[in-house]
Design a protein around this ligand. Structure first.
Ligand SMILES: [Zn+2]
Length: 443
């Protein structure tokens, strides 16, 4: 690959931090706090919706940032006064059902993707964005749609068209050779690819659930964009796969050929990577929960638009549920049940290895820890079991963090006093996994 000057797309990637410098830092910090408040609010709703009242096994989000991993709950604050966090709390690591964990996990996934894409573009190569979808089918349960959609994807990848165009992933065959088990049948594609990263998403609109995938293709160049014949045969192969999997039929074929597949390049890829996982907490005009009701009445401004229809993300549904929308609540429960355990991103074999990206589980990315080295942090307080129960019963987790960030120990103490006078309107249960600390006997 030839070394070339970074093109406009690369500059956009490299310019991300410059862009954030333009925003005043106070505004930024205020935004961060609002986003955090929203995440805790939405998480509380998810805990209420997914709590199993018959007892038995609970969804893991129900114990997230409630259950205590060791003796008491610690609170830490940035000396800047802009942020605070809890220590010793259990995190659930559910990327689909927990807004608090999802934010951390998707940000890390986004960084991986950005690293790979920037790296690839800097070598003078190209990235394309392939979006695969299908005609909306009202009244089909999400579980059934997902099954059929997965089947269609499998058929598409196995199709002769797909194989002839993209060939064997270069990164996959490189990894095999490195491990001394070289691939026997390597297909040279007409538009060879290093590999792909596929992300599964779902939204809900007037015609029901709408699963779709976005796939970043790591290509040598972007010839594919102007190769009309190749794009047409890929689209045809996708539509055939959909029909064979039971999504859509002959009567919709023209519409499907027009809308079921979309391949773009350049800025679209940069935009996609920049935004990945950053909704809904940073969605414009949508930063705190009570704004959701207003948003609901002006759908056009915040709905994600596909064609002429408006679609909502699962966390937006959770926002509507927070405001008492019982249909949205049921939809979120259906979504959560269908997506639990599914992977959000799928990197083709060898691609992470090619870019030296480590394989890390969602659960490990969700753990609360200090990650930015420059940041200075101080210990504020350790809340005992009774204090923590009070915080949960009054649904005040975010308020504790806000008090710690802005006013430190004294603010937290006076907040605790204030909480004692408030009605206890939430279930205050949590599990204390504290174990005796044997290390103290060895001093
Ligand atoms: Zn969680």
């Amino acid at each position: 690959m030839m070394q070339t000057e970074p093109n406009a797309v690369v500059s956009r990637f490299l310019g991300i931090s410059a862009k954030s410098l333009h925003t005043s830092s106070a505004k930024n910090e205020d935004h961060k706090l609002k986003a955090k408040a929203l995440k805790y609010t939405l998480q509380r709703t998810a805990q209420t919706l997914l709590y199993n009242h018959e007892g038995g096994k609970q969804h893991r989000v129900c114990s997230c940032h409630r259950n205590v991993a060791s003796d008491g709950v610690s609170v830490y604050r940035d000396v800047s006064g802009n942020n605070a966090r809890f220590g010793n709390l259990m995190t659930c690591g559910s990327v689909w059902s927990c807004p608090v964990c999802a934010a951390k996990i998707t940000e890390s996934r986004r960084e991986d993707l950005q690293k790979a894409v920037s790296n690839w573009l800097l070598q003078g190569s190209s990235c394309l964005l392939l979006t695969s979808t299908f005609p909306h089918e009202a009244d089909m349960p999400l579980s059934e749609l997902l099954e059929k959609f997965a089947e269609a994807l499998q058929k598409f990848k196995n199709s002769r068209t797909y194989k002839n165009i993209f060939g064997t992933s270069v990164a996959a065959s490189a990894l095999k050779s490195k491990k001394n088990t070289p691939l026997k049948n390597i297909i040279e594609g007409t538009h060879p690819r290093l590999g792909t990263v596929r992300s599964l998403e779902v939204s809900h609109g007037v015609n029901g659930w709408h699963p779709h995938t976005h796939e970043v293709l790591f290509m040598d160049d972007d010839r594919l964009l102007t190769d009309t014949a190749a794009v047409e045969s890929l689209t045809k192969a996708w539509v055939v796969a959909l029909i064979n999997a039971g999504l859509g039929d002959e009567s919709k074929i023209n519409d499907m050929l027009l809308r079921a597949m979309d391949i773009r390049g350049g800025d679209y890829v940069a935009d996609y990577v920049n935004k990945f996982g950053r909704e809904p907490v940073e969605l414009q005009g949508w930063t705190i929960a009570h704004e959701v009701t207003k948003a609901n009445s002006k759908m056009g401004k915040v709905g994600r638009k596909f064609g002429n229809e408006f679609h909502y993300t699962p966390f937006q549904l959770l926002g509507f549920a927070t405001d008492g929308d019982s249909v949205a609540a049921e939809l979120f429960k259906e979504f959560s049940a269908c997506f639990e355990g599914k992977r959000m991103n799928y990197w083709t074999n060898g691609l992470k290895d090619w870019f030296n990206i480590n394989e890390v589980e969602d659960e490990d990315l969700a753990v609360d820890q200090e990650t930015e080295k420059e940041k200075e942090e101080e210990f504020v307080i350790r809340l005992d079991g009774d204090q923590w129960k009070l915080v949960i019963e009054t649904n005040a987790r975010f308020e504790v963090l806000q008090a710690a960030a802005r006013g430190g120990l004294n603010s937290v103490l006076s907040l605790i006093e204030d909480l004692k006078t408030r009605p206890k309107s939430y279930r205050g249960w949590f599990k204390d996994f504290a174990r005796p600390d044997f290390s103290r006997f060895f001093h």
